[in-house]
Design a protein around this ligand. Structure first.
Ligand code: GLY
Ligand code: MN
Ligand code: MN
Length: 518
């Protein structure tokens, strides 16, 4: 497979002078004769009508853009989708747009490399939906069949990667005016600087667009790097905070992601026997879930953790190449990302043979009690940090009871103590959405110190992890790792556990595993 244009036949053959960067195309040669070009660009039937229709998300993404508009009057807001990323030589990774772009356009799956959403400032109240901006999507549209791009451009050409949408298609789907990406530079530069328009960029999405924005600023005499970084930070923070409270469409997509994930956990249980019979049984679990994610959704939302036995005590274990042994637990942390790019993030710790041992059950129950304590405070008016505090109170008390804490639980829970965190060094909750760790650029006062509101979605995921070589715990606990992770929606008067359909009590899990295995 090649993903770059191959050199034309008759072009000079590789020599010692050929630049290293040009050598990725050395495997084949494309004919360059006029006869070939004429033949390639003719003889194609008219394109069928693809029946492109407005996306169901379009009114929601319009409302999100409108909300953003109000915070940045007079500023041109630049939201790149990002570009294709090289995996090696001329092979790219599968494309996934930046979440801010997907959120504000409604485009998901692999759409659209190199596209940029721009909110152009207009006179107050005269913009889209009565806002202060007019949105334009700059995209690389489908090239006509009389162009070389059609058959010769391995990165973007229809012959290589399939037909791209036209400008009209994009506009009909998103409800946003669509223009050719070639117009982007002039559109960004218009009235910047002395014309009174400032340019704000969502950071971390596209280095090429960041360089373009910098160049335009420099040409306009806006070279105060500290000032521009502050402005870009403000926009990056705003698009992240915009996702803290999910709208109805997002909540529906989150539930879809969770339901699809739960079906993936059932697939895992159906394959547990195969896993315990394979030398790399953790890979059986990983690939069972990942295949399901790709079949029923867009992808996994993050690398699947399939951690059997003591591997479960390594928090971000993704090597997944170990054996899955009877009598042990296997911790599975996995989430399906659906086509709209919302992802679930669910963990269950399963007994490989279908039944918890006594110590395993004891540890599991402590983690479950900690999770339930966090659920009990997950309601409007609580602070985000209260979730963690509630879970830690339970775990510290249980660790004290088991004689593991070197100090009383109360002392451990004080800021000066925290000894209980030896066995759970991660946080209890994070916001969840298009990114598994969603809203990560939000301000502390909006996130960790923020007050819970209806529409927020986050995880509750306490755990206990006793490493195999931890001499501070009794031997019977060593090598046991348990995490229980659910996805939670705050409602007007409490919360809904979106992942409640996947049992989470020890008895419930055992019963569910029996019924799934049949
Ligand atoms: N799966 C990553 C996390 O639970 O945060
Ligand atoms: Mn999580
Ligand atoms: Mn997780």
């Amino acid at each position: 497979m090649s993903t770059e244009q191959v050199p034309a036949e008759g072009a000079s053959h590789p020599t010692a002078e050929q630049a290293i960067t040009d050598r990725v195309n050395n495997r084949s040669e494309r004919p360059s004769s006029d006869a070939f070009k004429a033949f390639m660009t003719s003889g194609w039937a008219p394109r069928p009508d693809l029946g492109v229709a407005p996306l169901a998300v379009a009114p929601y993404s319009a409302a999100r853009r409108r909300a953003l508009s109000g915070s940045f009057p007079g500023a041109r807001l630049v939201v790149p989708a990002g570009g294709l990323k090289v995996r090696s030589n001329d092979c790219d990774y599968r494309f996934r747009p930046h979440s801010a772009f997907a959120h504000l356009t409604g485009l998901g799956t692999d759409r659209e490399p190199d596209a940029v959403l721009v909110l152009h400032p207009v006179a107050a109240g005269t913009g889209d939906d009565g806002g202060d901006h007019h949105a334009v999507l700059y995209v690389r549209p489908l090239a006509s069949r009389d162009t070389e791009e059609f058959y010769a451009d391995a990165r973007y050409g229809e012959f290589w990667v399939g037909a791209r949408p036209t400008l009209d298609d994009v506009s009909v789907e998103t409800g946003v005016e669509a223009r050719h990406v070639d117009e982007l530079r002039d559109a960004l530069a218009k009235d910047v600087g002395e014309g009174g328009v400032s340019l704000l960029l969502v950071e971390g999405a596209d280095e090429d667009i960041a360089a373009l924005v910098d160049a335009i600023r420099a040409e306009a005499g806006l070279s105060d790097a500290a000032q521009t970084a502050t402005s870009d930070d403000a926009l990056t923070e705003a698009v992240s905070e915009l996702r803290l409270v999910k709208d109805a469409h997002e909540i529906e997509q989150m539930q879809l992601a969770v339901d699809t994930t739960i079906a993936g956990f059932a697939e895992i249980v159906r394959n547990l026997r195969r896993a315990s019979g394979h030398r790399r049984g953790e890979r059986v679990i990983e690939t069972t879930f990942d295949a399901h994610a790709r079949l029923e959704g867009n992808a996994v939302g993050y690398e699947t953790i399939a951690a059997a036995g003591a591997h479960a005590t390594t928090l971000h274990y993704t090597t997944n190449d170990g054996a899955v042994r009877q009598g042990e637990l296997v911790l599975v942390d996995a989430g399906v990302e659906v086509d709209s790019l919302y992802t679930a993030d669910v963990t269950r710790t399963l007994p490989v043979d279908g039944e918890f041992g006594e110590v395993q059950r004891r540890v599991y129950q402590a983690v479950l009690d900690a999770a339930d304590a966090a659920f009990a405070v997950a309601r409007p008016g609580s602070r985000f940090r209260d979730l963690h505090a509630a879970a830690m109170e339970v775990l510290a008390a249980r660790l004290e009871e088991w004689g593991m804490l070197p100090v009383p639980a109360a002392e451990s829970l004080s800021p000066e103590g925290q000894q209980h965190r030896r066995w759970m060094v991660h946080g209890t909750s994070h916001h969840l959405g298009m990114d598994v760790h969603d809203c990560a650029q939000a301000r502390r006062e909006m996130y960790m110190d923020g007050v819970l509101e209806p529409g927020m979605v986050f995880t509750i995921e306490p755990g206990l992890y006793f490493k195999a070589d931890d001499t501070t715990v009794p031997e019977e606990y060593r090598g046991i790792g348990v995490r229980i992770e659910d996805d939670v929606l705050v409602t007007e008067d409490g919360n809904v556990n979106l992942s409640a359909a996947l049992p989470r009590t020890p008895d419930g899990l055992e019963e569910w595993m029996r019924s799934v295995r049949g």
